[in-house]
Design a protein around this ligand. Structure first.
Ligand code: SF4
Ligand code: SF4
Length: 386
């Protein structure tokens, strides 16, 4: 993507409505951290009134790519395209912040974000009550794409563990890709270096096709988003496999009566991950799942669904400016605490990581849980009720 032309810039009438919704601006109150300010910067640079510099580029990597601004803009400014275009322009001009450039190169060589041996992708499965039936499958109906965070960050192992236990109990015919799963390419894409991910994209799709899977399912909304919205453009064709976020599959399994839920008396609030909600339109499936749990009360935060406030982990901000990411996350945790809920439930391991650290740092007493953990608990409760 190139920088947008004059017409895109002129869409911004500088009304300032986006300021109230932008998490980075709300955290710093600095105009260049706002959507309106960022549009003005790109425009000044495109019109050669401002040189490209590290300082200029920094403003675009302080953005979460959460799209809250585009959602609210009354003038229809295409902010997502402008903000992504600015990052791609920075990468083309070798101005990417060094930590992000290093991360992108690490992914290209190691096939994951942590730089560890990619063969270790299934370590989270070690402590399951029984070895998953999805191991070493030659063919399966569903391919479960775990993603790097769930595979390599011990704090997030609980997400694939819980999801696999749910799949086992539901009798799903699924396969795990293990070391044959490569990073989905989302970090490189949002850093403006999609070209570094093209081999991985072809490789991942070939692995799912090898299994003759009819569905690919994702617990990570960023993997899901990039497969759905970016992969077809790289491949030059639509994918011949149905792509589902785990919450959509859970919703379907519940409708088909393959999951039985018992009582779970809890008051929870649901945090919409940006890549799943605003950027992929999946708002109802997770809420339908939670609504079906007997005894569970779902309360909404003041900013929810398309108006949800980012967890602070979007746009690779944590790798670029961890302090700003934490401040943004603390604001979201406070919104959750204001509902009186005992737990924030989300459907993204990255959101869960940023929100739990922020809750700990700000000493707010609220649990952060993944929706698969909640569903598994309700299934276990149903087993006990038998
Ligand atoms: S809401 Fe839209 S038009 Fe108004 S300042 Fe923000 S980007 Fe510009
Ligand atoms: S994408 Fe999010 S963080 Fe970036 S400018 Fe828009 S509202 Fe602000």
């Amino acid at each position: 993507m190139n920088l947008p032309g004059d017409e895109a810039f002129l869409q911004c009438i500088r009304c300032g409505l986006c300021l109230a919704t932008c998490p980075s601006y709300r955290a710093t109150l600095i105009e260049t951290d706002s959507p309106r300010g960022r549009v003005a910067l790109v425009r000044a640079m495109a019109e050669q009134r401002l040189p490209r510099s590290e300082n200029y580029v920094d403003k675009f990597f302080r953005c979460l790519l959460c799209e809250a601004c585009e959602n609210i803009c009354p003038s229809g400014a295409e902010l997502a395209a402008i903000l992504q275009g600015a990052r791609e322009d920075a990468a083309r001009n070798q101005l990417l912040p060094e930590r992000l450039a290093q991360l992108d190169r690490c992914i290209a060589s190691q096939h994951n974000i942590s730089g560890e041996e990619n063969a270790g992708r299934l370590i989270w499965a070690d402590n399951l009550p029984a070895p998953p039936s999805g191991l070493d499958r030659k063919q399966a109906e569903i391919a479960y794409f775990v993603g790097c965070v769930g595979s390599f960050f011990p704090q997030s192992y609980r997400v694939p563990r819980a999801f696999v236990e749910v799949l086992e109990k539901a009798g799903a015919d699924y396969a795990l890709l293990g070391g044959l799963e490569w990073c989905c390419g989302y970090p490189q894409y949002i850093d403006g270096e999609l070209f570094l991910a093209e081999d991985a994209i072809r490789h991942n799709v070939a692995q799912v096709r090898r299994l003759q899977a009819r569905q690919a399912v994702f617990t990570c909304p960023s993997c899901y988003h990039v497969w759905k919205h970016v992969y077809p453009g790289v491949l030059g064709e639509e994918l011949d496999v149905e792509l589902l976020h785990a919450t959509e599959l859970l919703d379907r399994l519940l409708t088909e009566g393959r999951i039985r839920l018992g009582r779970l008396p809890m008051k929870v609030t649901y945090h919409d991950p940006c890549d799943l909600g605003r950027k992929s339109g999946v708002y109802d499936a997770p809420r339908r799942v939670l609504d079906k749990i007997p005894g569970l009360t779902l309360v909404e935060m003041a900013e929810n669904r398309e108006n949800a406030h980012c967890c602070g982990g979007g746009g690779n901000l944590e790798s670029h400016n961890a302090d700003l990411a934490r401040e943004i996350a603390q604001r979201r945790v406070q919104q959750a605490a204001d509902t009186g809920a005992q737990a924030i439930v989300s459907a993204c391991q990255q959101c869960e990581r940023t929100l739990s650290s922020a809750a700990r740092a700000s000493r707010i007493r609220i649990r952060v849980m993944d929706i698969n953990e909640i569903v598994l608990r309700a299934m276990e409760s149903a087993d006990q009720e038998k």
